[in-house]
Each structure stands twice: as structure tokens, then as C-alpha cells.
Design a protein around this ligand. Structure first.
Ligand SMILES: NC(=O)c1ccc[n+]([C@@H]2O[C@H](COP(=O)([O-])OP(=O)(O)OC[C@H]3O[C@@H](n4cnc5c(N)ncnc54)[C@H](OP(=O)(O)O)[C@@H]3O)[C@@H](O)[C@H]2O)c1
Length: 172
């Protein structure tokens, strides 16, 4: 079975996780709390990983345990708050040691500068970096944030079409 990792997958990316299951993936999902993880515990295709991404070593250890059990990870979808600098790089460095090609879909807020972040992640050579930016929705003269459904569906579209850069909603 193909193995995907969704970091920060128990909130706005829940719909994406459920879609991956339908598409035949085994999905390792990270988050800190059981309360948010509970929605996935009925699925045999889910490995819940309880970890704080500020404690990268500990999170990596748990991720690599999932790799030992379910096989190498070939797709990573990551929503990591910007205060956890370096976490994604460390995770990707470990994951790419076990797999020839890994697609990384990095979800970032609309104000993030693509090049800055790309450098920060410094994707290993066998990692294909994709970036999904969260914009907003303009309805008549009103702007509003994206809903969880819109975010999950946008990420699904980016993954389906192998988009290297993708904007959900609009940025201006
Ligand atoms: N442009 C936009 O429209 C836009 C942009 C950004 C955000 N938003 C909205 O803002 C809302 C709040 O954003 P959110 O970041 O709270 O998104 P979220 O996806 O609802 O929750 C964050 C995810 O990351 C996990 N997480 C958070 N901190 C963590 C940590 N230190 N270590 C490990 N996992 C961690 C959470 O699980 P645990 O809490 O269990 O750890 C959860 O799975 C969202 O509902 C979204 O709709 C909108």
C-alpha cells in the first residue's frame, strides 16, 4: 500500500486525509491531541502519530516507526506553523533516506514568500517540492478566509494535478 504522511492533518486537512484513504493510501497523520485525532481512529488505513513538531527528534522517531511498519513514505502534505522553523527540513531529510522520490506539498499562508520558504526547506534532491498557498475568497465586496472544506479540496486538486505551485482562493 502507498504510504502518505500528513503533518498537522487533524484540522483543516481532515478532508484531504479522508480522500487519501479513499484513493488507497495508508496515511500517517500527526497532531498533538487525541480529541482531534479521534475522527480517524476508526480507519485501519490510518496511523495516528501524536507528536509536537517543535520536538522534531521525537516526532521523527515516531514517523520512522510508521515507515518500518507501513513502508517508505512517498507523499508528504505538511501544514506547520512558521514558529517551528527547521522541523520540515529535518523530517524530509529522514524520509528521503528511505525513498527514491518523495512529493512534498507544503501548505503555507498567502503572505509567505515562495523563494524564502523554499530555501528554508532546502528540499533534498529526491524530494519534489510543491507549494500550496492559502488565499482568501472574495464574495462581492467582502473577503473571507477559506473554510476547512475549501482548503482540503484545494489541496486535493493540487495533489491530483501535481501542481508545483497552487493558490487556493485568491491572493489579491
Ligand atoms: N487563508 C486562509 O483562509 C487561512 C490561512 C490559515 C489558516 N486558516 C484557518 O485558520 C484556522 C486555524 O488554523 P490552524 O493552524 O489551527 O489549522 P488547523 O488545521 O485547524 O489545525 C492545525 C493542525 O496542526 C496540528 N498542530 C498544531 N500545532 C501543532 C504542534 N505544535 N505540533 C504538532 N501538531 C500541531 C493540529 O493538531 P493538534 O492541535 O492536536 O496538535 C492540527 O492538526 C483553520 O481553521 C483555517 O481554516 C485560514
Amino acid at each position: 500500500m502507498k504510504h502518505a504522511l500528513v503533518i498537522g492533518g487533524t484540522g483543516m486537512l481532515s478532508g484531504t486525509v479522508k480522500w487519501l484513504i479513499k484513493e488507497g493510501w495508508h496515511v500517517s497523520v500527526t497532531g498533538r491531541t487525541h480529541r482531534k485525532m479521534k475522527q480517524f481512529l476508526k480507519y485501519k488505513e490510518i496511523t495516528p502519530i501524536y507528536a509536537d513538531y517543535h520536538h522534531t527528534k521525537e516526532m521523527n522517531k515516531k514517523i520512522m516507526q510508521a515507515v518500518d511498519n507501513e513502508g517508505p513514505i512517498e507523499l508528504v502534505i505538511a501544514w506547520i506553523h512558521s514558529d517551528a522553523k527547521g522541523a520540515l527540513h529535518e523530517v524530509m531529510s529522514e524520509i528521503t533516506k528511505r525513498k527514491q522520490h518523495v512529493d512534498l506539498y507544503h501548505i503555507v499562508s498567502g503572505t509567505t514568500k515562495m523563494d524564502e520558504l523554499k530555501n528554508e526547506v532546502t528540499a533534498p534532491v529526491n524530494c519534489i517540492y510543491h507549494q500550496v498557498k492559502l488565499g482568501f475568497i472574495k464574495e462581492r465586496s467582502i473577503r473571507r478566509w477559506l473554510t476547512h472544506k475549501e482548503i482540503s479540496e484545494g489541496v486535493i486538486e493540487a495533489v491530483k494535478n501535481h501542481q508545483r505551485t497552487f493558490i487556493i482562493g485568491v491572493l489579491k
